[in-house]
Design a protein around this ligand. Structure first.
Ligand code: CTP
Ligand code: MG
Length: 187
């Protein structure tokens, strides 16, 4: 397969993981997921992780994934442009979206333990924890799909592309969010 196609495939397949982060900024606010609780004097997750952001973000990611399956169906009703056969492709979409914000919360949990304040910069972690969450959840739920897609037969090129695209996209989208007044900081 063409190099460009492998890069595009990685991006296409990870959209249900990418969108929840931005959607959480739009939907977020209100009651924090940790309900304000602390552990050893430090917040569990902090005020940056809210129920509205979590649920809105997951719903947005799943909706986008379902839209992608709809787009793919008329052209490829076997593999759905890489998501795999129905109905497991729905499961993959859910795992990507849910894993994304679970990973993001795990990142905040670690940041709070390290005394990094809500919204303060944590390079690498800020850009990659959500991706790691998606990968871990998909690997647990659909290991065969993950290995076939992101490792076997040059699939690792798609994986590499995702690893390179993610921090660039994350930074770009956050700058846009900051300029639009949706985010307090451009990272
Ligand atoms: N957000 C939310 N709920 C989530 C995730 C994000 O409401 N589950 C919203 C919050 O308004 C948050 C913003 O999206 O401030 C940006 O998300 P993120 O950068 O992940 O949070 P931070 O504020 O940087 O907090 P942390 O330091 O814990 O990562
Ligand atoms: Mg942040």
């Amino acid at each position: 397969m063409d190099l460009l196609l492998l890069v595009l495939l990685g991006f296409w397949l990870m959209l249900p993981s990418f969108l929840p982060n931005s959607a959480a900024v739009v939907f977020g606010g209100g009651m924090p997921v940790d309900l304000g609780r602390s552990w050893n004097g430090k917040r569990l997750l902090g005020d940056g992780k809210t129920w509205r952001g979590l649920i809105g973000g997951i719903c947005a990611g799943i909706s986008l994934g379902i839209l992608e399956l709809y787009i793919a169906f008329p052209f490829d009703d076997i593999d759905f442009f890489g998501f795999g056969e129905f109905p497991s492709n729905m499961g993959v979409v859910v795992a990507l979206a849910v894993g994304s914000l679970l990973g993001d919360m795990a990142g905040s949990f670690v940041k709070r333990r390290l005394d990094i304040g809500r919204g303060d910069k944590a390079p690498i972690m800020d850009q990659y924890t959500f991706l790691l969450g998606s990968f871990v959840l998909v690997l647990l739920a659909y290991p065969g799909w993950f290995i076939d897609t992101f490792w076997n037969d040059y699939g690792w090129i798609s994986l590499l592309a995702v690893l390179v695209i993610t921090p660039i996209l994350h930074r770009g989208v956050n700058i846009i969010g900051y300029k639009m007044g949706l985010k307090k900081v451009p990272w």
